[in-house]
Design a binder for this molecule. Sequence first.
Ligand code: FAD
Ligand code: UDP
Length: 371
Amino acid sequence: MYDYLVVGSGLYGATFAREAVKKGKSVLVVEKRPNVGGNIYTKKEENINVHVYGAHIFHTNNKRVFDYLSQFTTFNRFTNSPVANYKGELYSLPFNMYTFNKMWGVTTPDEAYEMIEKQKKEAGIGEPKNLEEQAISLVGKDIFEKLIKGYTQKQWGRECKDLPSFIIKRLPVRLTFDNNYFNALYQGIPIGGYTKMIENMLEGIEVRLNTDYLANKEELNKLANKVIYTGPIDAYFEYSLGNLEYRSVRFENETLDIPNFQGNAAVNYTDAETPWTRIIEHKWFEFGKDEDGNDIPKTIISREYSSEWKVGDEPYYPVNDEKNGKLYEEYKKLASLEKNVIFGGRLAEYKYYDMDAVVDAALNKCDEELI
Ligand code: FAD
Ligand code: UDP
């Protein structure tokens, strides 16, 4: 008998398992994939850590979480500074003085401010009612047309007029020459890859890969007093109330026999015609070097295509609309009746969780559960 059966070896499961073992509990982790790590899994190819389920950049203001993960890895000095490519014109992101200079030729913050104000006034927008109005009132018409409109429509599969304004509010707008996409105090990529970090978290803990809990539920339940379930909540209840929906992404990977494809980890294609939203060149998360500090001769790129999700696809982003919100609440009621099961993480809580928030949530659960 184990004290805990942890279902899923993503960040939530790995954090819980580590802390439980630290408190003297016995733990078994089951993972249905052939590898640990969940969606932060990185696979080493051509000496490059490829972010298999989408690019992951760790960033947080939470010192507790940063210190916690730093026990298992050292974060490198990577700073996220994506570049926007609009029909061959390159712009700095997030929107800052470099962007405004390239767009309008302005050289001072005052000139940039005046330009944005002028374009706002011309557009005649009062209280923004949708993403298009919100974007124009933040950065003006030109930036909306070239850097936001096409990208957003591709990403969300809807017109900017039909999207809520809050989506764009989190994008920083700065009248300084600061290309750092995040405002976070701590930022970086684990040296050696995310998989290595998770393996360190799970060191000495029994992990059974290729094991689907739901397909072996009865038998596995007999092995432990309590279950920590980090898989999809609707799957746990056999979709009895219907499917929760997701927005999906498709990745097309290519290995190229050249050392440098785009000179940056992320380039966003912001026009409407290019079918992909962005291209990730994985080696630049680690400055193009292998573990011994040598330059890597090849490169691996991933083109990202945003897509509608259908049953059976990999679940990526929860859909935060009323219909799915209500359905989740119904599942949550069922979950509260499962006395020996804790539902945690992005799939079991049907929540868009950044990595730091997932670790924070798992640590808080540990404080409550592990005495
Ligand atoms: P997961 O990583 O999904 O782990 C759940 C695990 O449970 C999986 O391994 C799964 O195989 C396993 N499982 C499911 N069902 C079963 C079952 N029945 N039996 C056994 N095992 C099962 N966050 C950031 O902070 N920065 C970023 O840049 C960032 N980029 C992202 C990009 C994309 C495309 C996406 C989708 C998310 C991104 N995130 C980012 C969020 C980040 O991925 C999550 O915070 C994190 O992966 C959540 O960890 P988790 O343990 O909750 O879930
Ligand atoms: N966005 C954009 N152009 C860009 C990058 C982002 O218009 O080059 C918009 C887009 O609508 C996106 C939102 O800003 O959904 C938030 O961007 P962020 O990079 O935070 O999105 P994420 O991919 O993390 O959801």
